[in-house]
Design a protein around this ligand. Structure first.
Ligand code: BGC
Length: 760
């Protein structure tokens, strides 16, 4: 029997163990159980700063908490959880200290940002969403959970399920894009992947969807800025992925940093208790985002730290994630002053301890270091990552069927990102292995073997951020500026290489430290001299395949008009280059679809497909603009090596009563001469009712693999869950008496249509 599969007992037994512990705890010990500290195990500050370009200060291990170090707090039994430790030996050392320091022998939970893999890095979350493949998404997070649990991590601060409709916001890369229906499916799949049959099961961890709620709507796409959401947007767009995650059994939720409609999310009783617990029945524990309780004072909300702690506790925050000087260390004095009560404190402690018991932590607090090494090295994890990267790539353009490549004898690989291991992995990874990371250049070289000559030229030096990233305290985060790089000579060398080759594969995008948390941009242009490099390569006349490495839509107007083949590869992870070679050479077919609307320029944002209208849409709304107003690529768009045709959209009934279900069926044929993957999509539009509804809303999808000439008929249920919406006037969910138009096809501009009537 695996060490993690210990039976933890019935609910009553769990409750009994928890209550017995609480009965013997002091108020200070309880407050300690509700405190989570960062524990950075970095090289000494000087060394880290040398490695990082920005010279960010690295906090050393055990930095100051509440006048004491984390190590001291552990020794006093006043730490509930630690984050950012990934080394199993270190985890065991800290755990021993916690258990020996606690009068009750209570172990700490180890949490970590396991966002898209621990050692085996999968494509970034927006890429996984682009697979439109809940099975692959679940499998990816199951691998991540297995690796995390093996090293002693019990809890992943993931998935991020924030809807993002403004690509200036760097954290768009961590989510599933703009659409609540797709994002809800992706959220549930990730929770299932992390938790399996339950976090106590072997190789599984607690999943903590975040950031509750609305964080993605930061004003102007500026990270951490205030969020003002209408009732309708909140319920219809921003909350559904959280609801789906809760329904999938997520045992934790993380709060958000910002003000939501004027009240800090982390001190928001309505949000955290009335919606999450009372309305949705969430029974797990809530953690604050880092320092967000402490920062209730910074918001101008709490008077001081005791007030901040009391307000968060009363709002429903069970555990404070503290960068230093936790507000929850002041809970004893807050209770003394009557700002909070002991019963509320006990309820929070009960939820945290219940999580510890349920995951088996009290029975098996230590981790087997040998087993950890074996799990991290599992080749099956690399195979899953490679397949995930294949499935997440989106083919945006393929004029003349340039892809897959038809046995070129020479290939020019161009652009600094083509050979950057760190950037291939993407943001929000820390425990990766650079040596085993396969870049696009590596992948093409390996696949081409002796069959084609592969040359490489970066052409330009890596672009640098204007201001250093807060992640630069981790080694290798910022790209090194190559010494002795002769810009003119390197550009000329790249152009000459392209001219002398049968095909040029150009890899362009954003360096990974330009996207993610605290990485907002006011421009979507390719940074550095990348556009000029692309233009110079295209001017040689050699056919160009552009691979885009990104987590947000970039300004690709020139490329979309001038480059025959464009494949969005995102940040594809450990096996990224191998997977891209599979696609480029036709060993696998791309089939991903965009999880966001791709604007032409930053001035169009936010631009979403599911908007409402107030005027007849003459010429797609262009009449009201003096410039092109459509997206560059619509939501849901993506090509494959097959060519898909849709016909016979039929409904099993043309009239239902509210509460009943219509089944829509549509037939898809691969009319091309190669096999390929297609994501069939179904959208609805409500013609009239008690509120205006979007012109289209996604309500069903299925990814299918079709051989050349193959036909499949797919069915989609449109029932109460799909037809209801939150009506801001009624302040309730409604299903209107109306006519519903149904659209089916391969993207949000789908042309096939049918309709049915809903009676009251
Ligand atoms: C982020 C969270 C993350 C936490 C811990 C915060 O700054 O907003 O998403 O889980 O740090 O690393």
């Amino acid at each position: 029997m695996s060490v993690h599969s210990m039976p933890v007992g019935s609910d009553a037994e769990v409750a009994g163990r928890v209550d017995a512990l609480i009965a013997g705890m002091t108020t200070a010990e309880k407050a300690g159980q509700l405190t989570q500290y960062f524990y950075f195990d970095l090289p000494p500050a000087g060394e880290a700063a040398d490695q990082a370009s920005g010279g960010a200060e690295a906090p050393g291990p055990g930095f100051d908490g509440h006048g004491i170090t984390v190590d001291e707090a552990l020794g006093r039994g006043q730490v509930g959880s630690l984050l950012f430790v990934t080394d199993p030996a270190q985890i065991n050392r800290l755990q021993r200290r916690a258990i020996e320091g606690s009068r009750h022998g209570i172990p700490v939970l180890f949490g970590f940002d396991v966002i898209h893999g621990l050692r085996t890095i999968f494509p970034v979350p927006i890429a996984m969403a682009a697979s439109w493949d809940p099975g692959a998404i679940e499998q990816g997070q199951a691998v991540a959970a297995r690796e995390a649990r093996a090293v002693g991590i019990h809890w992943a601060f993931a998935p991020m399920v924030d809807i993002a409709r403004d690509p200036r916001w760097g954290r768009i890369v961590e989510g599933a894009g703009e659409d609540p229906y797709l994002a809800a499916a992706v959220a549930a799949a990730q929770v299932r992947g992390f938790q399996g049959a339950g976090p106590g099961a072997p190789g599984r961890v607690i999943s903590g969807p975040k950031h509750f709620a609305g964080y993605g709507a930061a004003l102007g796409g500026r990270d951490y800025d205030e969020v003002n959401l209408s009732d309708s947007e909140l319920w219809n767009v921003y909350l559904p992925p959280f609801k789906a995650a809760v329904d999938a059994g997520a045992e934790n939720i993380m709060t958000a940093y910002m003000d939501l409609n004027g009240v800090p999310a982390t001190g928001n009783h309505w949000l955290l208790t009335e919606v999450l617990r009372d309305t949705w029945g969430f029974g797990g524990f809530l953690v604050s985002d880092a320092q967000a309780v402490h920062n209730l004072r910074t918001h101008g909300f709490a008077a001081d730290l005791a007030d901040a702690g009391a307000r968060a506790l009363r709002a429903g925050v069970d555990m404070e994630m503290a960068v230093g000087n936790p507000a929850y260390a002041h809970l004893p004095e807050a209770i003394e002053a009557g700002l909070a009560d002991e019963e509320t404190l006990d309820a929070c402690v009960r939820r945290v301890l219940t999580a510890k018991v349920r995951i088996g932590l009290l029975d098996q607090p230590y981790v087997d270091e040998d087993q950890a090494r074996a799990v991290l090295a599992d080749p099956a994890h690399r195979a899953a990552a490679r397949q995930a990267a294949q499935r997440s790539a989106v083919l945006l353009r393929n004029e003349g069927g340039l892809l897959p490549l038809a046995s070129p004898s020479s290939i020019a690989v161009i652009g600094p990102l083509a050979d950057s291991r760190r950037d291939t992995l993407g943001p929000w990874v820390f425990d990766f292995d650079l040596d085993e990371t396969v870049t696009v250049l590596d992948g093409i070289r390996n696949r081409a073997g002796h069959g084609a000559e592969v040359g490489y030229a970066p052409g330009i030096r890596p672009a640098q951020r204007v201001f250093p990233s807060m992640f630069d305290m981790f080694a290798n985060n910022a790209p090194a500026d190559p010494e002795g790089f002769d810009d003119d000579a390197e550009l000329a060398r790249a152009v000459a290489l392209a001219r002398a080759s049968d095909v040029a594969v150009v890899v362009l995008g954003e360096w990974q430290n330009m996207i993610g948390e605290a990485a907002s941009r006011s421009s979507l242009e390719l940074p550095g001299g990348q556009l000029a490099l692309l233009q110079a390569v295209v001017a040689t006349g050699t056919p160009v395949v552009l691979l885009v490495m990104n987590g947000r839509p970039l300004d690709l107007r020139w490329a979309a008009a001038n480059v025959p083949a464009i494949l969005d590869i995102w940040y594809p992870g450990t096996q990224g280059g191998a997977a891209m070679a599979d696609l480029i050479f036709g060993d696998a077919a791309p089939g991903g679809k965009l999880p966001f609307t791709w604007p032409r320029t930053v001035g169009q944002v936010p631009l979403v497909y599911s908007h409402t209208i107030s005027h007849e849409p003459v010429n797609q709304g262009r009449r009201y603009w003096d410039e092109e107003s459509t997206p560059l690529f619509p939501f849901g768009y993506g090509l494959s090596y097959g060519r898909f045709e849709y016909r016979d959209l039929t409904l099993d009934r043309d009239r239902i009563q509210a509460g009943q279900t219509v089944t829509a069926s549509v037939t898809v044929t691969n009319a091309g001469d190669r096999a390929g993957d297609e994501v069939a999509q179904v959208y609805i539009h409500q013609r009239h009712g008690t509120a205006s509804r979007p012109v289209r809303e996604l309500k069903g999808f299925e990814r299918v693999a079709l051989a050349a000439g193959e036909t499949r008929t797919l069915s989609f249920a449109l029932g109460p869950a799909e037809l209801r919406y939150w009506n801001a006037a009624a302040r309730d969910w409604v299903i209107d008496a109306t006519t519903i138009d149904v659209f089916a096809g391969g993207d949000s501009a789908a042309g096939l249509t049918a309709s049915f009537t809903v009676t009251g």
